[in-house]
Design a protein around this ligand. Structure first.
Ligand code: GLA
Length: 420
């Protein structure tokens, strides 16, 4: 609200400066008359529109991005062979057909020193062929290449430079290499607010001549959900995830209050997936994937997809769960009810359908109930329920509520479709 008042105040000041003042002082185009100015007149609408213009209009992220990122599994041990083989695996495993398209290099890909002209240089020992060659390779597979930089002087690993004060130059470099996605971190900055530093890169990317998905990695410090949509296609709402039950559930909780601020073109990002990294049980990874999917989070795999085990492949390839994430309505689900360790998450889908997730965070089996008045269905609606982990449409129809017995650290996920 304060922000709104503030921005409206600035808008008014801009309008006064640009419109009223020249008119009042006789400098108006078309005459020196001191006629009253109606700021609501369509004549002046473009000033308002110009001021409110979204800095980012790249048309990307209409549904949450899907792909892979090197950090969760490889951290700084990433190299061009891993990236090439990951691109190969994305295709050979069938993941690319399911919508996974971005292959994203995280931190540690560059030399600590820029070249003679101040350009970023790929690290010679790990990326000897250079990033352009890698982009060509990845594009040749029908995929997209992402890269990482930082709105500071150095990235978080401190092994390479950040882009602060080099935004235009670096954005041009990325575009010239054929980069499709930029994750932009927040370490080692100059102490100014992210709302000062991030827009500079947004503008630089818009000028760089190539649509580049812009992922703001500000860790949720300054509530980027409140300002991120004008600057980026996604914004981290949390600090770093790790491969534990507590970590994924707390990240889910931190991300959830911002649900209403997600929309096609700009998504809340509770961090990348840990499925397949070995720290959790299969049913816990199922909860992880389900919450990320229903929350319209970016589905960026974080395991070694060159060596997928059967359980991991099954989870990340679940077409019906992916379809919930990619539903064109683009509305992030909310946690509509929690009683102790039992939670109901729900969100609307196209076709008057509702995605419902019953989660048991506790260590005993429990019955979880989703009531229609909690999940946004008129009370007398009769629905058909599709269990999208069992891939079965339940025999009975349901009215008023749906109930399931849910094991410890497990979930049930349904799509409810009205039949009356
Ligand atoms: C930060 C980010 C992580 C990762 C590392 C790399 O911690 O939040 O996702 O990019 O930096 O150093």
């Amino acid at each position: 609200m304060v922000r709104r008042l503030w921005s409206d105040g600035v808008l008014l000041a801009v309008l006064i400066a640009c419109v009223w003042w020249p008119l009042a002082t006789g400098g108006a185009p078309g005459g020196a008359s001191k006629a009253r100015v109606d700021l609501r007149s369509p004549k002046y609408l473009h000033y308002k529109q110009e001021y409110r213009r979204n800095l980012l209009s790249n048309g990307l992220g209409v549904t949450p991005p899907m792909g892979w990122n090197s950090w969760n599994h490889f951290a700084c041990a990433v190299n061009e062979t891993i990236i090439r083989e990951t691109a190969d695996a994305m295709v050979s495993t069938g993941l690319s057909k399911l919508g996974y398209e971005y292959v994203n290099i995280d931190d540690c890909w560059a030399e600590i020193a820029r070249d003679y002209n101040g350009n970023l240089v790929a690290k010679n020992t790990t990326f000897p062929s250079g990033i352009k060659a890698l982009a060509d390779y990845v594009h040749g597979k029908g995929l997209k290449l992402g890269i990482y930089s930082d709105a500071g002087y150095f990235t978080c690993s401190k092994t390479m430079p950040g882009s602060l004060r080099r935004e235009e130059q670096d954005a041009k470099t990325f575009a010239s290499w054929g980069i499709d996605y930029l994750k932009y971190d927040n370490c080692n900055n100059d102490g100014t607010k992210p709302t000062v530093r991030y827009p500079i890169m947004t503008r630089a990317l818009m000028k760089a001549g190539r649509p580049i998905f812009f992922s703001l990695c500000e860790w949720g410090d300054l509530h980027p959900a409140l300002w991120g949509a004008k600057l980026g296609n996604s914004w981290r709402t949390t600090n770093d995830i790790s491969d534990t039950w507590d970590s994924i559930m707390s990240r889910a909780d931190l991300n959830e209050p911002y649900a209403e601020l997600a929309r096609p073109g700009g998504w809340n990002d509770p961090d990348m997936l840990e499925i397949g990294n070995g720290g959790m049980m299969k049913h816990e990874y199922v909860v992880h994937f389900s919450i990320w999917a229903i929350s319209k989070a970016p589905l960026l795999l974080g395991c070694d997809i060159r060596n997928l085990d059967k359980d991991t492949a099954e989870i990340i390839s679940n077409k019906e769960v992916i379809a919930v994430n990619q539903d064109s309505l683009g509305i992030q689900a909310k946690k509509v009810r929690s009683e102790g360790d039992q939670e109901v998450w729900a969100g609307p889908l196209t076709g008057y359908r509702v995605a419902v997730l019953l989660v048991n965070r506790g260590t005993y089996r429990y019955t979880v109930i989703a009531h229609w008045d909690d999940i946004g269905l008129p009370l007398d609606t009769v629905v058909e329920a599709r269990d999208i982990w069992e891939h079965k449409t339940l025999k009975n129809t349901f009215v008023r509520n749906i109930t399931a017995t849910v094991d410890a650290h497990s979930c049930k996920m349904y799509i409810l479709k009205p039949v009356s």
